[in-house]
Structures are given as C-alpha cells and as structure tokens.
Write a protein that binds this ligand. Sequence first.
Ligand SMILES: Cc1ncc(C[n+]2csc(CCOP(=O)(O)OP(=O)(O)O)c2C)c(N)n1
Length: 391
Amino acid sequence: MDAPALPEGTPALDPDAVLDTLLAHGYRELAVVPCSYLKPLLERAAQRPDIVYFPATCEGEAVSVAAGAWLAGRRVVVALQNSGLGDALNPLASLCLPYGIPVLLLVSVRGEPGTRDEPHHDVMGRTTARILDDVGIRHAWLPSDPDGFVRAIEEAECVMETTRRPYCLLTRKGSFRDVPVPVPLARTAPDRLPSTAPTLSRADAIRWLRARLPEEQVVITTTGLTSRELYAAGDRPTHLYLSGSMGCAGAVGLGMARSGRRPVAVFDGDGAVLMRFGTLVSAAASAGPDFLHVVFNNGCYDSTGGQPIQGSVPFAATAELLGYAATACCDSLAELPPAYDKVTAQPGPRLLEIKVTTDPVPAPRVPLALPEIATRLRALLDPPAITAPAS
Ligand SMILES: Cc1ncc(C[n+]2csc(CCOP(=O)(O)OP(=O)(O)O)c2C)c(N)n1
C-alpha cells in the first residue's frame, strides 16, 4: 500500500461517468455492502433506472451472487469496504479462484497508512493489498481521472479474461465526487422501510433505554451511530462500544450472557443483524435467562449514508418463531415502555424490535481508547487484573 492518500483538491471521479463505463462493459448490477467512502457512487447506482442495486447482507454473499451471475452469463460488480474483505475471502478463495470465476471488486480502503481513520481499521488498512497478493488477486488503485478509470477497467477486463480470476480496484476517501441527491436514499425505497412510519429516533430510543436499564446491566452496541449515540447519552463502564466487527455484537453479547455474570443487552442495527442472521438462532437456543437483544430497524444502513438493506425483515416475529422467550415491536416513544415491560417480564432470550427514523445528525465518535473499553468492562466482570495488550 505505497500509494499516497489523495492529496487535498485532487479531482474526484463523477459517479455517473463511472457507472456509464461499467455499463459499457456489460455491468448492469452492483452487489453492495456499503461504506461511507463509496456513498456518492452507491447513491447514484441506487437511483439510476439502468442500474440494478443489490443490497447484499454480507460481503461473502455479494461475491457469491456475482459468481452465480457470471455462471449465468451476467456481470455484477461487487462493492465493499475492506473491513468485509475477510468475509469475502471465503468465496473468493474457495469458489472464485479454484473454479476460475472472475469477479470485479471495488474495495474502499479504510485505515490506509498515512491517513487518519478510526483505530479499528488499522489492521485491514495495513494488510489489504498484502492479503490480495497472497491469495493471488491482482489489484490497482482507482485512478482519479475519467480516462484513467476507463483504462483501469480495460486492464481489469483483460486480466480477468486471460486469468479467469477476480480483480480488485482499490478506492479511498474522496475517490468519488459528491452528487446532490434530491431526497435521502432510504426514503427513495419506501417498500423497504418498515410498514408504519416510525416517529422515534434511534438516539431518543437509546436515551430512554439507558435511563431504564438497570445500571449493572452490560450494554454492547453495534458499530456506527448506535455506539456513538449511547456514549453521547452517558458513558458507563458497563458499556462496550463496538466499532468495526459489524454483525458481531449479538454474538459477543451471547458469549457474555452465557457466562451468567450480569444481565446483558445488545443494541443492534438491522443491517448488522442481517450480516450474521444465524446469531438469532444461537441466541434463541442458548443465551440463558438474561439476554436482551434490541434491534433498531430503520430499513437502511444509516451509519454509511442510508443505503437500503435487503428486504423488510420482521425481527420480533422472526425471533418469536426461533424460540425467543419474549418479543415485542414498537415504533414510537409512547409504545416503547409497554414493549420494554412486556419483553423484560420474561426470563430467557428476549428481542425488542424498535422501528426508528434515520438520523441526519451524526453524534461524534466515542473518544475512548478501544483496549480501555474492553479492560474496564473485564475488570467489572472478572476482578483479577489483566495485562494491557501490547501496542
Ligand atoms: C464487515 C463490514 N462491512 C461494512 C462495514 C461498514 N459499515 C459500518 S456501519 C455500517 C452500517 C450499519 O447499519 P445498521 O447495522 O443497519 O445500523 P444503522 O447504521 O442503520 O443504525 C456499515 C455498512 C463494516 N464496518 N464492516
């Protein structure tokens, strides 16, 4: 990863020109797990009638969908953030490479050395290019001029045709020019939104829950705005603010709940739950008496710009079918207290689905060092001292 970050003022690519070039090469569809760095491109892709926008539930699914499309003679570009490269590696390494299935990847690189980003991006930022090299996937940085982009796609096509291997174009912050969008993305797909329009914001629901939950209850928050909003509502050492590890909050909570030390609540996003839907099955079967899974359902990936999620999932009804001890669903501040009382009256795994609005005002980042967040919680749950991780 020797390429320098895009210097201030470098011209960015016009998303429409990028999509036109992809169309000219037969790519009519994008399979996407969003990243805020890709937002301008994804916004245009989701709004253009000549492009199919496929919201994948996880990166491995996006790669597999593109592989299946190629087998059927269609071309699908896969767009993802390098956080999800690990998830994509399974089908890349054990499907695309051994079967000779070329897939074009557009990967936004977070945590690139020499740039400022959140610490949970450091490892993938340092290793993305090396991982691609090691598995044998050729890659190049996305050029910032339109002609360069056309040549980059031609090169990618040539490599994919001759090697029948995936090819990866790496993008960085500012690679795509912002295009004014008349209405926020999530609102352009009303069929994907919860059926009744919610009136409650995620931040207000979080504030209410924080005030209501017992102080000793551990609260684990999913990556993105949920973590930031709980911190903004008032920090406690019982809070585990996850940034990164998208989709894993439920399983972290499950692991902790199964220890039986403290009641555990997980504040999750709908996109994050979809990423590891199987955790609902595991939690229903084995979370024990004191596990509360709160799912904020806004029908979109709010934290990365409001891109739509796949389908419209009834989380509470699903959890009930899976065997959760109690479930409830609400979409207003007035309905929240009875819904909360209903689920918490029962011991066992419980799921509270709260339909929320998308939030145009992002809360600031959690300013705590990540090892400190883990260390202080561990100190509460397991008194013997632990050593600080090596830096
Ligand atoms: C594996 C992985 N893929 C993608 C991302 C980028 N990302 C960060 S937050 C986020 C959106 C989360 O959406 P959701 O869970 O629905 O919560 P919301 O932001 O809507 O509250 C995404 C896609 C990531 N951090 N990790």
